[in-house]
Design a protein around this ligand. Structure first.
Ligand code: PPS
Length: 288
């Protein structure tokens, strides 16, 4: 089957029409959060699935049963997707929810409750690489012509889901207004055990050392790559063409070094410096 070309324009960004409708997006923007909700917020390819897995395991105290029997999209459904409407009203508490939407869309609804927000950021150079490879396999995204073209679109903010710069800045600008915990993909890589302990403290979820170890083990890249409930191999080939790549692709920090030319790197650094000149973002990655 060819590419699904339909897109939805919403709040200044373009989103894949296969996953979103105006109705589903409006429902997300006006969602009634509960005080007990935990919302994972990411720009695509920042470590969303990893955080879904870690939080699932945290609330099961390291027991892998739920993570190995229920798909991630049912355990932590996306607020804005058309498919998960029924799952969003799940009775369980806390509800784990996921979103890629920008802050200006969700903050008004979030501020009406005391829901906790976990924002996962990643080095945008590695995001471009991961997103580019994902575009090759995801039939609901435009086929990228070349890495160079894709990189330019990313820097311009004309890729689907909008500008990374606006996403990260928008959410971080609301840090004090929301109950927001900021963590990076690189933090998870550097010391997963410590990251789990920090997340557990933020969520008020007491964990014993052996539970932290079990969470670490079940959410390691090799374990998640094997777990069909999280590696997206359950999704049919007309949506994700598994012959073109794997969702759990490499799972490393710094893969951009194998993709960027020196010129592309210099351009990226220039654009980053300009767009982030007023940013309070704590950098956890060497950009150069
Ligand atoms: N456990 C673990 N360890 C290390 N890396 C991991 C892990 N789980 C997912 N990943 C990597 O995260 C990338 C996918 O990001 P997302 O889950 O945010 O994608 S999505 O937005 O939900 O489509 C994608 O990155 P790349 O490998 O660089 O493409 C995944 O491989």
């Amino acid at each position: 089957m060819d590419r699904m070309e339909v897109t939805e324009n919403f709040a200044g960004i373009t989103l894949p029409g296969h996953l979103h409708t105006q109705e589903s997006l409006h429902a997300a923007a006006t969602f009634q959060f509960r005080d007990t909700d935990v919302v994972i917020v990411t720009y695509p390819k920042s470590g969303t699935t990893w955080m879904q897995e870690i939080l699932t395991l945290m609330y099961s105290k390291g027991d892998g049963h739920l993570a190995k029997t229920v798909p991630n999209w049912a355990r932590a459904p996306w607020l804005e997707h058309v498919y998960f409407k029924d799952m969003l009203q799940a009775d369980r508490e806390p509800r784990l929810l996921t979103t890629h939407l920008p802050c200006h869309v969700l903050a008004p609804a979030l501020k009406k409750a005391k829901a906790k927000v976990i924002y996962v950021a990643r080095n945008p150079k590695d995001i471009v690489v991961s997103f580019y490879h994902f575009h090759k396999m995801a039939k609901f995204l435009p086929e990228p012509s070349s890495f160079e073209d894709f990189l330019m679109q990313f820097l311009d903010g004309t890729v689907q889901y909008g500008s990374w710069f606006d996403h990260v800045e928008g959410w971080l600008s609301q840090r004090r207004e929301l109950d927001l915990f900021y963590i990076t993909y690189e933090d998870l890589h550097r010391d997963l055990g410590h990251a789990i302990e920090e997340l557990a403290a933020f969520l008020g979820c007491a964990l014993r050392p052996e539970e932290v170890s079990a969470i670490q083990q079940h959410s390691s890249f090799p374990a998640m790559q094997e777990n069909t409930m999280v590696n997206y191999t359950l999704v049919s080939c007309d949506i994700l063409d598994h012959s073109k790549g794997q969702f759990m692709r490499k799972g490393i920090v710094g893969d951009w070094r194998d993709h960027f030319t020196p010129l592309q790197d210099a351009l990226f650094n220039r654009v980053y410096k300009e767009k982030m000149r007023h940013s309070s973002l704590r950098l956890h990655w060497p950009l150069a």
